[in-house]
Write a protein that binds this ligand. Structure first.
Ligand SMILES: [Zn+2]
Length: 229
């Protein structure tokens, strides 16, 4: 069981960067929520935690401690940039990192940038290194993402819920790829036969098997192939 720790940058009395009617802490919360939803819906073989469920204040050390004490296999800290620039960048610790950390940065950077570019011409600011506390203090592969600038024209993307959702889901896919998580089997209703479309219809679910058998008999009489699962 792999352990995924997702850090929502800022929170509580620290809103992070604020501009254009946007708050960094709100955007990081949304991106991580979209990521956790996507992971839960599409993959198995993992558990996940977030640094804050709601709008709590946390120090940088607390975030790293939570991940370390839990024994996370991967740590991703989500942020929005400020300083009137444009584009997307990712960070790992600048004080010597494992090849695993570099691999995590590569896969996340690629997934997220590709997702962003579905929406427009997003600048790639590159894969960077810095002495950030959450990267320095965490013991597992750790990456920090800076998802566009809140105080520039980038804000038009950050105001688009579909963009925020796509960025969150790209974080999820990157982490899943890095960990090699198996994908959940698709439900039968989504399967297709090789020679065309095949639609399966479920007609009922019962806690009592006799009731299921009664309905199955009725359907068989009417000529429908029937199975009880
Ligand atoms: Zn930040």
């Amino acid at each position: 069981m792999k352990k995924i720790f997702l850090d929502k940058g800022h929170g509580g009395n620290d809103p992070g960067a604020v501009a254009n009617g946007l708050q960094e802490k709100v955007l990081t919360h949304k991106i991580v929520e979209y990521a956790t939803d996507y992971l839960a819906a599409h993959y198995e073989g993992f558990t996940q935690r977030v640094s804050r469920e709601g709008d709590q204040s946390l120090t940088l050390d607390q975030r790293a401690d939570m991940a370390n004490k839990w024994g996370a296999d991967v740590f991703v800290s989500v942020h929005i940039n400020a300083g009137k620039g444009t584009g997307f960048e990712t960070y790992v610790y600048n004080g010597g990192v494992s090849s695993q950390t570099v691999a995590l940065q590569n896969v996340l950077h690629g997934e997220i940038l590709a997702a962003m570019r579905q929406f427009g011409n997003i600048t790639d600011r590159g894969k960077k290194r810095a002495n950030y506390a959450v990267l320095r203090e965490t013991k597992m592969p750790a990456v920090l993402t800076e998802n566009l600038f809140i105080d520039s024209n980038d804000a038009k993307y950050l105001k688009n819920e579909a963009f925020i959702k796509a960025v969150g889901e790209a974080h999820a896919r990157g982490v899943a790829k890095f960990l090699g998580l198996p994908q959940k089997a698709k439900p039968q209703s989504q399967q297709k036969s090789t020679d065309g479309k095949l639609y399966r219809v479920q007609v009922g679910s019962f806690s009592d098997r006799k009731n299921a058998e009664r309905l199955a008999e009725e359907l068989k009489k009417k000529g429908y192939p029937t199975i009880i699962v």
